[in-house]
Design a protein around this ligand. Structure first.
Ligand SMILES: O=c1[nH]c(=O)c2nc[nH]c2[nH]1
Length: 375
């Protein structure tokens, strides 16, 4: 096949949350990079001038259209073997019973490489061209995830998970080891010098990390100017646990903020129960929320008020959050975002429903604002 191809047909994309555009036009690709987009008339004009003489010309069928790739702002690559399984427990019990034991297996680098290669391909098959991944505690295993993304040319933010609080599965590290390995992990990925794949510092959540670890991790993110990701306010018991453990803090957000985690390079998954005051902090600091409707429902965590986040100027993208979420598809997250927001409206919250144009935006441009690399 030619390394120069031009598609002719309907192109659809969001300019903003209110504005989804679809028009007849062309999109040309040279050596895997989009080098031109425009209206049909421009195509005819350029074609007449010989611009596409050495291009393969592909006319889309009447029922086909082109759109931007989906952005999955939050998923757990190592949890894919559990997809659709073990959804009978709420978050904290689910982590202990099913998730930490599975993630512990990624000490085996061969197992990690095998699973991750399939995960990356599965997301690409679902139209996800950019993904923000949680790996596991293991540095070598998580590097395999980055290698798979590079191999399959997926844009990816890849995180080695950090945890230093004891749990029954023995799945945590001592603080110093965790900080050293995270820094080494970041350096390794930067050393790959691959323009599609970046490291993301990944304190699991405040139930699994103390302030010393979280502060050290936020310093690493700052030192290497990389993203940082975690979970916040997914489940009521989780919030209770955090506020009990971190006594003297008024809110969950404050725990992360005082550790230096809340920056414009921060992506927080869930945010189901943020107060308006916390939303204001998120908006002011430029923190993004990865909305994960599938896992919020399947783990019975709650209904995230996306409209309220948007009205408070918080940047929102979508996440599949496998395996709390039971689908690898962002198209499925689009539908569930619309459903959950409509259920909130049924419950007496006026204008909470997210329409399909808005959900399309969250799945594409909204997500890309969360993961973009501007500092
Ligand atoms: O849905 C979730 N999946 C996880 O793996 C996790 N860890 C902390 N909090 C979490 N929530």
């Amino acid at each position: 096949m030619s390394d120069k191809i031009v598609f002719i047909g309907v192109l659809a994309s969001s300019n903003s949350i209110q504005d989804l555009k679809a028009f007849r036009g062309y999109l040309c690709i040279e050596n895997g990079v989009i080098t031109g987009v425009g209206a049909n008339e421009t195509f005819e004009d350029l074609k007449g001038k010989g611009k596409f003489d050495d291009f393969q010309i592909q006319y889309l069928e009447p029922n086909q259209f082109l759109m931007p790739g989906f952005v999955d702002c939050h998923t757990h690559a190592p949890q894919f073997p559990n997809i659709g399984l073990g959804l009978d427990r709420p978050l904290l019990e689910w982590l202990d019973k099913y998730t930490f034991p599975l993630e512990s297996r990624y000490k085996d680098v061969e197992f990690a490489a095998k699973v991750y290669d399939r995960v990356v391909q599965r997301l690409l098959q679902n139209g996800t061209t950019t993904a923000c991944y949680f790996g596991t505690l293991h540095k070598e295993g998580s590097l395999e995830l980055a290698k798979s993304a590079i191999k399959h040319k997926q844009r990816a933010l890849v995180g080695k998970v950090s945890m230093n609080i004891k749990n029954d599965a023995g799945y945590y590290n001592a603080t110093r080891k965790e900080l050293n390995e995270t820094e080494e992990f970041v350096q390794c990925i930067l050393h790959y010098k691959n323009e599609l794949v970046q490291p993301v510092v990944t304190p699991r959540f405040a139930v699994s990390c103390d302030t010393e670890l979280m502060s050290g991790l936020s310093q690493i993110a700052r030192k290497y100017d990389c993203h940082i990701q975690s979970h916040i306010s997914e489940n009521r018991k989780e919030i209770e646990h955090v506020l009990k453990y971190f006594s003297g803090y008024q809110t969950y957000s404050e725990v992360y903020d005082r550790s230096g985690i809340l920056t414009k390079k921060c992506i927080m998954a869930h945010a189901v129960y943020l107060s308006e005051k916390e939303m204001e902090v998120f908006a002011r600091k430029g923190v993004s929320v990865a909305h994960c409707p599938a896992s919020n429902t399947r783990l019975r965590s709650g209904l995230c008020p996306v409209r309220k986040l948007l009205n408070n100027n918080v940047v929102v993208g979508l996440g599949t959050d496998v395996s709390g979420g039971d689908s690898a598809s962002i198209l499925d997250a689009v539908r569930r975002t619309m459903d959950v927001s409509t259920h909130l409206e049924f419950q007496g919250n006026p204008e909470h429903a997210i329409n399909w144009r808005e959900a399309f935006y969250l799945a594409t441009l909204g997500g890309s604002h969360s993961v973009e690399s501007g500092s």
